[in-house]
Write a protein that binds this ligand. Structure first.
Ligand code: HAM
Length: 422
């Protein structure tokens, strides 16, 4: 039996790749506009990084990591997300000492989680994200949200819902934690075993439970917003005001706690049309304790990430046609042995001049070569027969207008450069 692709992974085939490249290009463009610089970190890291960074009590660390021992006996893990790695790199490379603060980073790359594969949920997926480290100014929270909205808008998505919450500072969170424990304790035996563990470990995560969503105690749970101290409340108010001032609308959901442990203050998600239902396309928030947790100084951070696979589903659901136009500049049709030989250096010259060009390699008849030119969406077809070769000319056809001209072979490149539509 032939070997098959691992469950929860996918090949991105050549006829799909231009969509991916377009999305990545648009992301890099927006990174540039907002002055975020791309960073690339390893695909695997020490397991401990995610245990400490993402949090021991999270589903990711408890159930979803691809962890293995290398031949040197080290425990390594395929990265389940980007933030912990970037913070590790920030600390290791002492980026907190750079003159340009905050340090604004963008990333694009594969992540791995051992989840039950379904539409929009895979075991290898690609995240695009940003992290801004070093500033406690609420305008940077608003900036990363604005960046995300700009990118989605530029890609053509319309039906988006920005959901916002604040988990407050550690003091507010602690007060809320105690209130939650008190609230859930009397009925915790009616909850799933995960939630029973969460009660002491991390009661906020109970609010995020998919199993016990309908339990009456969920509906009467206290709201974090009632536990924010005045500083946390003021911080959140400023973020909201800045979003208002930029015309970015949002709804507040006090139950938005996110699945990773490092968040405080602002948390947000962007929901969109997905696989037949509204789904989370993107998640992010502020994580002020993470840099020091990972051995660095007290440096605050905020960021987000989204999955490209889910973005593609949303684009599909909204019937967005991306402006992708895959053509080649010129297809060379050669008739007869001598012309075929001559087509090799002609093609080489066109390519060296920066044009995209191709020819037949399958010994096709003239008609077949023209068909191939059509399939490749060639803008021009240059035809070389024995007769033309003798006169050192070549026949050029503009495939859009149907116009044909005969020109000197050595003028072909200049002719194409002049007439090509870019
Ligand atoms: P997250 O919510 O775990 O946050 O993931 C962010 C996004 O990655 C999700 O909204 C989804 O689009 C995509 N994603 C996650 N898991 C999968 C999966 N199994 N299959 C397909 N797509 C998936 C984080 O990862 C944080 N690091 C975000 C962040 C950055 N917070 C601050 N900075």
């Amino acid at each position: 039996m032939s070997i098959q692709i691992p469950r929860g992974t996918q090949d991105i085939l050549p006829d799909e790749i231009s969509i991916w490249q377009y999305i990545e290009e648009q992301a890099r463009l927006v990174f540039k506009q907002f002055n975020y610089h791309e960073i690339r970190t390893p695909i695997f890291e020490s397991t401990e990084l995610f245990q400490r960074g993402v949090g021991d009590s999270t589903d990711i660390v408890q159930k979803e990591m691809y962890t293995f021992e290398d031949r040197g006996g080290r425990s390594l893990t395929l990265r389940p997300e980007g933030t912990a790695s970037i913070v590790r790199s920030f600390v290791e490379n002492k980026m907190f000492g750079l003159p340009n603060q905050p340090v604004k980073l963008g990333y694009i790359g594969p992540m791995f989680r051992y989840e039950r594969p379904q539409s929009g949920r895979t075991r290898q997926f690609t995240q695009i994200g940003v992290e801004a480290l070093g500033s406690n100014d609420p305008s940077i929270d608003a900036e990363v949200i604005a960046l995300a909205m700009t990118l989605y808008h530029n890609l053509g998505l319309k039906n988006l819902k920005l959901v916002l919450n604040s988990l407050g500072d550690p003091e507010s969170r602690q007060a809320y934690r105690e209130a939650l424990i008190e609230h859930f304790k009397p009925s915790i035996n009616e909850f799933c075993s995960d939630c029973q563990k969460r009660l002491e470990q991390n009661p906020l995560r109970i609010l995020d439970c998919k199993v016990d969503r309908e339990h009456p105690a969920m509906k009467t749970a206290p709201s974090i917003l009632d536990y924010l101290n005045s500083e946390s409340r003021s911080y959140f108010d400023q973020v909201k005001k800045m979003l208002d001032d930029m015309g970015i609308s949002y709804i507040i959901d006090p139950n938005l706690v996110r699945g990773l442990d490092y968040y405080n203050h602002t948390t947000f998600e962007i929901m969109g049309e997905g696989f037949g239902a509204i789904t989370t396309l993107l998640g992010g928030g502020r994580y002020n304790g993470l840099v020091s947790e990972l051995g660095g100084p007290e440096v605050p951070g905020v960021g987000f990430a989204f999955g490209v696979e889910r973005l593609l589903l949303a684009l599909q659901a909204e019937n967005v046609m991306l402006p992708i136009n895959e053509t080649i500049d010129c297809f060379l049709v050669a008739i007869g042995e001598k012309a075929k030989e001559k087509s090799v250096p002609i093609l080489f010259n066109l390519r060296n001049a920066g044009l995209s060009a191709d020819k037949d390699y399958m010994d096709r008849k003239v008609k077949g070569q023209f068909k191939q030119a059509d399939r490749l969406k060639a803008q021009f077809v240059a035809t070389l027969g024995e007769e033309e070769l003798e006169k050192n000319i070549i026949n050029v056809k503009n495939m859009t207008t149907g116009e044909q001209e005969q020109i000197a072979i050595n003028e072909l490149e200049a002719y194409l450069q002049k007439h090509l539509q870019r």
